[in-house]
Write a protein that binds this ligand. Structure first.
Ligand code: C5P
Length: 232
């Protein structure tokens, strides 16, 4: 898997997104499209960004019965995205069905990764609301193991967990890590952060970076700084 920086395009409209992407001129960064933009603009936003030559991580975090997820994944695969995801909490049969749906007739498919426990779910909430008594760190690693067992390519995780995930699931199991900040930057609402250079050291395969690039005075320079620190 090639190391790359994925820009989280957390914008509310196509207009704002294209205004941002136009700044990159000849460059074609890998972009993440999340629920807000996808639900606002629909599949046309994916087609248009793809037409402009970008790779796309479609971050819709599917979670439903296996048959529904399989059919939804087949639709996303036809949209020609490069990476997409689901909740490992949907269990192994759901993840296996997702892979089947995602696989095109020629055998190719987008990279499929799993969200383990959301970082917004802490120990107290998990125990109280989900009745899961195991420690969060153990649950995260167990879900990563389930994703691997189901045949997925990797997980979304904190860069702080990337090393452990590789130890358990193998060096080829992809870690996609948000929570990245420049050493001299604003943390915003992210609590446990790493710089792009640190994320590289711990073995993250892809870093997902939003505001340090999208809210920068010079987004192209901020993107290039990320790439230099992370990819070298
Ligand atoms: O702006 P910022 O760099 O914090 O953006 C990080 C991106 O990664 C956002 O799109 C956010 O939703 C996503 N993300 C995250 N933490 C997770 C999972 C996804 O920050 N655990």
């Amino acid at each position: 898997m090639g190391k790359d920086v994925i820009i989280a395009c957390d914008f509310a409209s196509a207009e704002e997104t294209f205004k941002f992407l136009d700044k990159f001129e000849g460059k074609k960064p890998f972009v993440k499209i999340g629920m807000e933009l996808f639900y606002a603009e629909g599949p046309s936003i994916v087609r248009e960004i793809k037409r402009r030559g970008h790779k796309i991580f479609l971050d819709l975090k599917l979670h439903d019965i296996p048959n529904t997820v399989k059919k939804a994944m087949a639709v996303l695969s036809r949209l020609d995205v490069d990476m997409t995801n689901l909740h490992a909490g949907g269990t192994i049969p759901m993840m296996q069905a997702a892979l089947e749906g995602l696989t095109r007739p020629d055998g190719t498919r987008p990279i499929l990764i799993a969200v383990t426990q959301l970082t917004s779910t802490d120990q107290e909430t998990m125990t109280r609301d989900l009745l899961i008594d195991a420690p969060v760190a153990e649950v995260v690693m167990h879900y990563a193991g389930n994703a691997k067992a189901a045949g997925l390519d990797g997980v979304v995780c904190s860069p702080l967990e990337a090393g452990k995930v590789h130890e358990k699931c193998g060096a080829g199991f992809v870690t996609v890590t948000p929570g990245v900040r420049f050493a001299d930057g604003d943390k915003g609402d992210q609590k446990r952060v790493m710089t792009p250079a640190e994320a590289r050291k711990v073995g993250s395969d892809y870093i997902v970076v939003g505001r340090p690039i999208t809210a920068a005075a010079d987004p192209v320079a901020a993107y290039e700084r990320c790439v230099n620190e992370f990819v070298g």
